[in-house]
Design a protein around this ligand. Structure first.
Ligand code: GLU
Length: 502
């Protein structure tokens, strides 16, 4: 087996995702099996959504799981830099190369014009796409418009007629007619490359031999294959791994499943169990065993259809928990068990953060545990009546908390001050009085009416637990709203029955 060079290219636009860990695991196992390298490349070309804090969390999440890389932004390597925002000159030079060769062109169509085009196409029941209006602009026009400072993007000039074939290790070759392939933008008007260009250029320059990624990227692959062709490069071997799904069969999403690695870390799962579970989602062992180690995965990994179920796998938290229980009971020495408790449940850091919250509130240490219990448990008991402010309905409260979860999701700074500012701004926006909003949040987070300062509590709980408890409150309120609606319908029916007709 040749040493493989493989990579993951997460975008730092949110918390570390279990899908990233799942793909990282298969890449790492394959790299280790072939005695090759596993590379972490940060794909941060989306300037508005990428944040250094998310990058740091992604790295910490992967490291917690033991998914370490050989080359990356923190450890360097022969192809540094490994952060796309630091490679802009490389992409610009490659875009120039495509322009010069006639494989790409400048497009000056404005956003308004594109929106208009889209509307017209939709009205004609056509699939919206760019209509190629600037594909063959005369060189003088391009020069003139550029001179006038007209903003432009660069698009790839997909050869038409024509077709491209994607070869994937897990599928029959898939041929795409170029009539169906858009003239993809490869450089945005701000000079940044798009995902497609940066991804292909980096995979080539970094010597990537196998692109092992999630199936959601398969529809981009024809464009990538075309780019390899335009540059005259040999494409890597593509392996699109089965999608991870919610229990209802839709694509795994944070609305329906806990998808952040931090959720599992904070809940006290064992990295080994999480890795084992993620491996099971993608592959079966030759002897169909369900419990196996990273080394066993590495020694047997094979991207073939007998071993990999391309249909997609449901992410089942109960199964992961069952597996975790098995690993937990296997911890033989009590010292290790105690150490894990100390690190994951009663960490110094957490206890220290709690001191200012409870110092004023307790007179002796034995009061600490009952007062602070909600910091050490997963869920808290929730009474829908307590969650709902007097003048509000269950439904309205549910909707407000649901919106708030989304806000919290993107909150990078989790200090009490920042959380307070965000929550107050949110209250203004949804036109709720602060008082009316803070109580349901407090109940959702702690199950209690009286607690230390709400935002101090939220800050110590952290994003993962805050989100989890708010979501649990949303579920409880939703249930109460449905019951209330059913009761109202029943009452209306009965009132109608009781009323004699005409
Ligand atoms: N930036 C993409 C992501 O967020 C990389 C996809 C790929 O591996 O090509 O996953």
């Amino acid at each position: 087996m040749h040493p493989a060079r493989v990579r993951i290219g997460p975008s730092p636009t949110g918390e570390p995702h279990v899908g990233t860990a799942y793909i990282a695991l298969f890449n790492l196992a394959f790299a280790r099996r072939s005695k090759g390298q596993f590379i972490l490349r940060i794909e941060d070309t989306d300037q508005s959504r990428s944040k250094p804090e998310w990058e740091a969390q992604i790295m910490a999440g992967l490291k917690w799981l033991g998914l370490d890389w050989d080359e990356g932004p923190d450890v360097g390597g022969p192809h540094a830099p490994y952060r796309q925002s630091e490679r802009l000159d490389i992409y610009k030079a490659h875009v120039q190369r495509l322009l010069a060769a006639g494989h790409a062109y400048r497009c000056f169509t404005t956003d308004e014009e594109l929106a208009e085009l889209r509307e017209q196409q939709l009205a004609r029941k056509e699939t919206p796409r760019y209509d190629g209006r600037h594909r063959d602009l005369p060189a003088e026009t391009v020069k003139k418009w550029m001179g006038e400072g007209k903003p432009s993007v660069v698009r790839m000039k997909v050869p038409r007629p024509g077709s491209s074939t994607v070869h994937d290790a897990l599928r029959d070759p898939i041929t795409f007619d170029h009539e169906q392939v858009d003239d993809q933008v490869i450089q945005k008007s701000d000079g940044f490359p798009t995902y497609h260009l940066a991804n292909v250029v980096d995979d080539h320059l970094m010597g990537i031999t196998h692109v092992i990624r999630g199936e959601e990227w398969i529809s981009s692959t024809p464009k990538h294959v075309l780019l390899y062709e335009m540059f005259g490069w040999q494409p890597p071997t593509f392996v699109h791994m089965p999608l991870l799904l919610n229990p209802d069969g839709s694509k795994l999403s944070k609305r329906k499943s806990p998808v952040s690695i931090l959720d599992y870390q904070q809940r006290g799962y064992l990295p080994k169990a999480v890795l084992n579970y993620l491996a099971l989602l993608g592959t079966t062992m030759p002897d169909e065993r369900e419990v196996f180690s990273f080394d066993e995965l590495k020694d047997t990994i094979a991207f073939d259809r007998k071993r990999i179920n391309v249909k997609g796998s449901k992410f089942d938290v109960d199964k992961l928990t069952w597996l975790n229980g098995k690993y937990l009971r296997e911890i033989e020495d009590d010292e290790t068990f105690v150490r894990a408790l100390r690190e994951q449940v009663f960490s110094e850091e957490k206890l220290r953060a709690m001191v200012p919250l409870f110092k004023e509130r307790i007179d002796k240490f034995e009061d600490f545990v009952p007062n602070a219990a909600y910091f050490f448990s997963g869920d808290v008991e929730l009474d829908p009546e307590l969650l709902k402010p007097k003048k509000q309905t269950f439904k309205a409260t549910q909707e407000i908390l649901e919106k708030l979860v989304e806000r919290i999701e993107t909150q990078v700074d989790f200090s009490p001050e920042a959380l307070e500012a965000t929550t107050r701004a949110f209250a203004d926006e949804v036109k709720w009085k602060g008082r009316d909003l803070f109580m349901p949040i407090r109940i959702a987070l702690t199950g209690r009416k009286a607690t230390p300062g709400l935002f101090e509590v939220m800050s110590v709980l952290g994003r993962a637990l805050t989100r989890r408890r708010l979501r649990a409150a949303v579920a409880v309120l939703k249930h109460a709203a449905q019951q209330e609606q059913r009761a109202a319908q029943k009452a209306a029916k009965e009132a109608k029955k009781a009323k004699p007709n005409g």
